[in-house]
Design a protein around this ligand. Structure first.
Ligand code: AGP
Length: 614
């Protein structure tokens, strides 16, 4: 969480910092701030809340930084201390000469604070970051060398950080470093950009260098120097970023979320190209680096993920077990990392993450890697920290996802799981030829089926508006679509703040049914197949308790009209592929309810897209 930016060059810095922060708002929006080197001294501007508040502050002080060409900026997701101006970054030392921005958590900040206060430091905020500002300032007093001061200070830090630092005495120097938090340096002509993530720099340059943990970069207008943790110069690896700035526009949609929902058919087509050639030929998945014999012998897989990626993982489990007969465990990364997990070199561990930066999942895969497991990463960010840990890297290629609520990355993760499961099934010979063929052939039809759904989205909008004022919402499903129910509920919760829950329909009668009355909407994900009749009975049971019944179905049975007050019809599809279709109307329901209620769809309260703290 939190995003940091920095710039040193010859352009007007404030616009670059604010533009960069606007591209990083998905990482938090509790407060924002910048520090700029002016002709006299460094000046700091901060505001509580969204970036637009900082922009208003900056407007009032425009004349103070008209010529400034060096600065740092921050967008905050509060961890230590309330989201207010005092706790907003940049933070300074007592004399105000040193300023820093920080993404991460300093775990030993309390101990550091005691030591620094004993030396005379006066803390003004409740943040962990301020301890780092004082610490570097003391090291600078001793060394008179900002790079060295940062190096020495970071050796005393426990936890995670990406830092960008400036000092009044160093008018042509910007220092950045990181450990367990993302950071990259964009390289221009006599200018450098620092950012937590690509979108902040891609409008300016495609040349960039990713920092590794404990490396320190020293930037001046003419030069970049890179050092290891011993302070020794090391070679720089500048690469060309595979991103286009155009991906970040709303392209006429009211919100990024709606745009990203509409991108899903093309995202799927994109993934299938080069991997699924035809129903008769074998899946190509060169990204999987396990040899065929090892795959054949594999009898245990663990999948670890958080949030929406966890729901994709649950469907991954269902299809891998079904197609390949391999036992799969799925666990939330935040649970996996704090227990004695049984993982070894015979276990394939799959990490799933849109961002590739989620701290819990990153820690989990590092733990599994240390125990000798082969690590397969399914991510939308092939340039992420998780990708760098991967033995096998399966990029989902959904394109940059801006909306905090994940949509297209979820569908892309599902498609990647289908390809992986089919690929393994072909190697193991665990599925009938005819079944394989029909799955592959219908997978290629999914994009147009989703387009069909999107073409009548107004019906879904009507349904959403009808239920928009409810306090609670229940989603039920069985079998392969139980995770769809969980994901539908998560989407609604996170953007509309309605108390939504997904249940396996068979569990209703074991407790949740007590909550049902005429005020409770219950949405049944009623896809044809092995559990259709069972789910229909569960829906009858809910109806008998007067719940407001909604069906999401590919059945055209007239009987459904007696049971459900709203029916959302989706194109027909075989059960094993149905999660790819069923999720789309649920994304739209969540979107239209939140939009109707006037919520901040793309940046819901309290959330951040990239959760880089445990
Ligand atoms: C998705 O809508 C959520 N915002 C959130 O649950 C997310 O899926 C979770 O934080 C995991 O993120 P990752 O996929 O980037 O690891």
């Amino acid at each position: 969480m939190c995003g940091i930016v920095g710039y040193i060059g010859n352009k007007s810095v404030v616009d670059i910092l604010v533009n960069g922060l606007s591209q990083l708002e998905y990482r938090g929006y509790d407060s924002a701030g910048v520090a700029v080197q002016t002709s006299s001294k460094i000046k700091v501007y901060k505001a509580e809340g969204k970036l637009e508040n900082l922009s208003s502050v900056l407007m009032q002080h425009k004349s103070e930084f008209a010529d400034s060409t060096m600065g740092i900026g921050h967008i905050r997701w509060a961890t230590h201390g309330a989201p207010n101006v005092i706790n907003a970054h940049p933070h300074t030392c007592n004399c105000g000469n040193l300023v820093i921005v920080h993404n991460g958590i300093i775990e030993n900040y309390k101990e550091l604070k005691v030591k620094l206060e004993a030396k005379g430091a006066k803390f003004r905020s409740q943040t962990d970051t301020e301890a780092v500002a004082h610490l570097i300032a003391y090291k600078y007093e001793e060394t008179k060398d900002l790079t060295e001061a940062v190096r020495l200070a970071t050796q005393e830090l426990d936890g995670a950080y990406a830092l960008c630092v400036m000092h009044n005495n160093e008018k042509n120097k910007l220092i950045a470093t990181k450990r367990n938090a993302p950071l990259l340096v964009g390289v221009g002509e006599d200018e450098y950009y620092v950012a937590s993530d690509v979108p902040a720099i891609i409008p300016y340059t495609k040349k960039a260098m990713y920092l590794n943990d404990n490396q320190i970069v020293e930037l001046s207008r003419s030069e970049m120097k890179l050092f290891n943790s011993n302070g020794e110069p090391i070679p720089q690896k500048v690469e060309i970023l595979p991103w286009e700035p155009v991906a970040l526009s709303k392209m006429g949609y009211k919100h990024f979320m709606l745009k990203e929902i509409h991108e899903q058919p093309d995202v799927i087509r994109n993934i299938l190209v080069g991997k699924l050639h035809s129903a008769d030929s074998q899946i190509t998945l060169d990204e999987v680096k396990l040899d065929k014999q090892t795959l054949k012998d594999l009898n245990r897989i663990q999948i670890i993920a958080c949030g929406t990626s966890l729901h994709a993982a649950m469907i991954g489990k269902y299809i891998i077990e079904n197609f390949c007969g391999i036992a799969v465990d799925v666990e939330a990364s935040s649970e996996y990392i704090y227990r004695k997990t049984v993982t070894d070199k015979h276990t394939l561990v799959i990490g799933v993450s849109q961002s590739g930066e989620t701290a819990d999942t990153l820690t989990a895969i590092k733990q599994a890697k240390a125990r000798g497991s082969h690590i397969l990463i399914i991510t939308n960010r092939p340039d992420s920290a998780m990708a760098r840990e991967a033995d096998s890297l399966v990029p989902v290629n959904a394109g940059i996802e801006v909306s905090v609520a994940a949509t297209k990355s979820y569908i892309a993760q599902l498609v990647s799981f289908y390809l992986l499961a089919l690929y393994m099934a072909e190697i193991k010979g665990s599925l009938d030829e005819s079944v394989l063929k029909s799955l592959k052939s219908e997978l290629t039809l999914v994009p147009q089926k989703i387009e069909q759904i999107l073409s009548h989205k107004e019906d879904i909008q009507k349904c959403a508006q009808h239920y928009a004022n409810t306090k609670d919402f229940i989603y039920v499903a069985r079998g392969i679509n139980f995770p769809t129910a969980l994901e539908g509920a998560l989407k609604l919760k996170e953007i509309s703040y309605i108390n939504a829950t997904g249940y396996p329909a068979g569990e209703l009668k074991h407790g949740p049914i007590a909550m049902l009355d005429e005020s409770m909407p219950v949405l049944s994900i009623l896809m044809k197949g092995s559990v259709y009749e069972k789910l229909l009975s569960n829906s009858e049971e809910a109806k008998a308790r007067n719940a407001r019944m909604i069906a999401l179905t590919n059945s055209t049975s007239e009987k459904l009209k007696e049971l459900f007050e709203f029916i959302i019809e989706v194109p027909d599809i075989q059960e094993l592929l149905s999660p790819l279709i069923a999720m789309v109307p649920l994304q739209l329901i969540a979107y239209y309810i939140a939009e109707y209620l006037g919520k901040d769809v793309d940046q819901p309260r309290n959330l951040a897209k990239s959760v880089t703290v445990e």
